[in-house]
Ligand binder design. Structure first.
Ligand code: HEM
Length: 475
C-alpha cells in the first residue's frame, strides 16, 4: 500500500517515535474519543504503547482492510515474524503473549493456516448449515439454555435485579461450547471457570496449564471414541492433527465464545436503551439489530497483532519489516469514510463493517455467533416485560482489555412477563451436553445421562442470584 496523499509522509520508526499510551482511563471510558484524537494527530496509523510494548495502531478503514486482506503474504500472524519478540525485547510476562504464541490456526500463515482453517470450516459446517440436523439441535439447545439461565435469574420472583453479564451473557456461550464439544456442564464447569481466568486473570498461567491438560484429555478420549461433536468433526476433517495440536486449536473456541457473550451484553444494552430499536425489534428485526451492534460496538475492538513481512507504507508512516500492527476494527468501523453511511435513525446498517474480520482469517463462525446472540436477545425480550439498566449507560463498567470491548457487569431491573412466570420448571436444567450418549467417550456424560445434582457453574449462578434477589420476590 502506498502512502495516502491525504496524509503527509512522516519520519520516524516505531522505536524512535514518541509513543501514545493506548490503554488509559480515557480509553477505558470512551475509546472513540481516543480514536478521534489519534486520527486528528496522526491520520490512519499511530505509534502507540501497548502495555509497555511499541506497536502501530491502525485506525483507518482502508488501511485495516488492506492488512486483513493481505494476511499471510505481506502481513504475518505468526509471532516468529515479530522482530522485537525474536530479539528478546518483549517481556516474557507481557500479558497478551500467551495468546499470541498459541501456535494454532488463529496465529499461523500460509499452508498451515489454510489446512487448519479448512478443518475449522468443515467442523463448524454441521452446526451452521440450517438444513443440517446438528444446526437444528443447536438452535433448540440455545433456546433451552436461555430459558434455563433465565429460570435461575427469576426463580420465585416477579421482578428484581440481575447482572445479565455474569448470569446470562457470559455463561450462555460457554454452555454452547459444552454442547459443541460434547461434554456436560459437570465436566465443563472447571473449563468454563478457567477460560474466564485465562482471559481476565487472576492466575492466567495456572489456568492455561489446567485448560491445556483438560483439553488434551478430552481430545484423547474423543479420538478413541469419536461421536457427533465438534472435536470429532475436526479429527475427521484433518486426521493428521496430533492431540497436542488439537488441544491448542481448542483454545480458540472458548475465547471466541466469550466474545459472543460480550456481543450479547452489548446488544442487550443497545436494545434496552434505544427505544427506536426496541420498536423495530417487535417487528422481528433482531438479527439486523445484532449486526448493527456488532458494527457500532464490536466485541473484538482490536484484532490480534500482524507483523510486516517487508518495509511497507501505511497511512503516513513507513512500517519496517518485523514491526507489529494492532488493527482497530472499532476505529475502522467509525472511520468517517464509511461511518457517514450510518446513522442512529436507521436500523438497517452496512454489512461492510470489519467486526467479523476480512481476508483469510475472517471469522468462520459468524452465523453461529449471530444466531446465539439473536436468540439470547429475543428470549430476554419474550421473558421480561420490563428490562431497565440499573446504572446510567455511561457508568457501566468495562473490562480493561487490549482486544475486547466487554462489559464487566450489566446490572438490570427486570419484571417477568406473567405468562412465563408460571412456566413449569424444566427437568433438564443442568444438562448442557450434546449428541447421543452412545457415541460419547466414557466418563463424559451427555444429554441422555442424568447429570449430578448441582454442578459448580449452577451453584455459582445460584449464589449470584442469591446476592441480587430484591424485595419483590413472589414467594
Ligand atoms: C461475537 C462473536 C465473535 C466475533 C465478534 C468474532 C470475530 C472474529 C474476528 C474479527 C476474527 C478475525 C481475527 C483476526 O483476523 O485476527 C475471527 C476469527 C475467528 N473466529 Fe470468530 N468471532 C466471534 C465468534 C466466534 C465463534 C463463536 C467461533 C467458534 C465457534 C469463532 C471462531 C473463530 C476462529 C477459529 C477464528 C480464526 C480464523 C482464522 O484465523 O482463520 N468466532 N472472529
Amino acid at each position: 500500500m502506498t502512502t495516502d496523499s491525504r496524509f503527509a509522509p512522516r519520519a520516524g520508526t516505531l522505536t524512535s517515535s514518541p509513543l501514545e499510551p493506548l490503554f488509559t482511563r480515557e480509553y477505558d471510558a470512551d475509546p472513540a474519543l481516543v480514536h478521534e484524537r489519534f486520527r486528528t494527530a496522526y491520520g490512519p496509523v499511530a505509534p502507540v504503547d501497548l502495555l509497555g510494548v511499541p506497536v502501530w495502531f491502525v485506525l483507518g478503514y482502508e488501511e485495516v482492510l488492506h492488512v486483513l486482506q493481505n494476511a499471510g503474504d505481506r502481513w504475518s500472524k505468526c509471532v516468529a515474524n515479530w522482530r522485537a519478540f525474536t530479539e528478546g525485547r518483549v517481556p516474557a510476562d507481557w500479558p497478551p503473549l500467551t495468546l499470541l504464541t498459541a501456535d494454532n490456526t488463529g496465529f499461523q500463515d500460509g499452508d498451515r493456516h489454510r489446512l487448519g482453517r479448512a478443518a475449522w470450516d468443515a467442523a463448524l459446517r454441521p452446526f451452521q448449515d440450517p438444513a443440517h440436523p446438528q444446526a437444528q439441535a443447536m438452535e433448540r439447545a440455545i433456546l433451552r439454555y436461555c430459558d434455563d439461565l433465565i429460570d435461575v435469574v427469576t426463580e420465585g420472583t416477579s421482578s428484581g435485579l440481575a447482572d445479565l453479564c455474569a448470569q446470562y451473557g457470559r455463561p450462555l456461550p460457554l454452555m454452547v461450547a459444552n454442547h459443541l464439544l460434547g461434554v456436560t456442564l459437570e465436566y465443563g464447569d472447571d473449563m468454563v471457570m478457567d477460560f474466564w481466568r485465562l482471559l481476565d486473570g487472576p492466575d492466567s498461567g495456572g489456568a492455561y496449564q489446567r485448560l491445556y491438560a483438560a483439553l488434551h484429555d478430552l481430545v484423547t478420549a474423543k479420538r478413541s471414541r469419536p461421536g457427533e461433536d465438534f472435536i470429532s468433526y475436526l479429527f475427521a476433517a484433518k486426521p493428521d492433527f496430533t492431540d497436542d495440536e488439537l488441544a491448542r486449536e481448542l483454545f480458540l473456541l472458548p475465547a471466541f465464545l466469550d466474545f459472543t457473550g460480550s456481543l450479547i451484553c452489548n446488544a442487550v444494552v443497545e436494545v434496552i436503551t434505544n427505544p427506536r430499536l426496541r420498536t423495530t425489534l417487535s417487528t422481528g428485526a433482531i438479527e439486523e439489530a445484532v449486526n448493527r451492534v456488532a458494527m457500532l460496538k464490536p466485541a473484538i475492538a482490536n484484532v490480534t497483532l500482524r507483523y510486516a513481512k517487508a518495509d511497507v507504507k501505511l497511512g503516513g508512516f513507513t512500517i519496517a519489516a518485523g514491526d507489529p500492527v494492532l488493527l482497530s476494527v472499532a476505529a475502522a468501523n467509525n472511520d468517517p469514510q464509511i461511518a457517514s453511511a450510518l446513522s442512529d435513525d436507521t436500523v438497517r446498517s452496512t454489512r461492510a463493517h470489519l467486526s467479523w474480520g476480512a481476508g483469510p482469517h475472517r471469522c468462520p463462525s459468524r452465523r453461529l455467533a449471530t444466531q446465539i446472540t439473536t436468540i439470547a436477545v429475543r428470549r430476554l425480550l419474550e421473558r421480561f416485560s420490563t428490562l431497565r439498566l440499573a446504572l446510567p449507560p455511561d457508568q457501566l463498567p468495562w473490562r480493561p482489555s487490549p482486544f475486547m470491548r466487554a462489559l464487566r457487569s450489566l446490572p438490570v431491573q427486570y419484571e417477568v412477563r406473567q405468562d412465563f412466570a408460571l412456566r413449569p420448571r424444566r427437568e433438564s436444567r443442568e444438562t448442557a451436553g450434546a449428541g447421543d450418549s452412545a457415541s460419547r467417550p466414557q466418563g463424559i456424560p451427555g444429554d441422555g445421562d442424568r447429570p449430578p445434582a448441582r454442578s459448580a457453574l449452577w451453584a455459582f449462578l445460584h449464589r449470584l442470584r442469591g446476592g441480587r434477589r430484591d424485595d419483590h420476590q413472589a414467594g
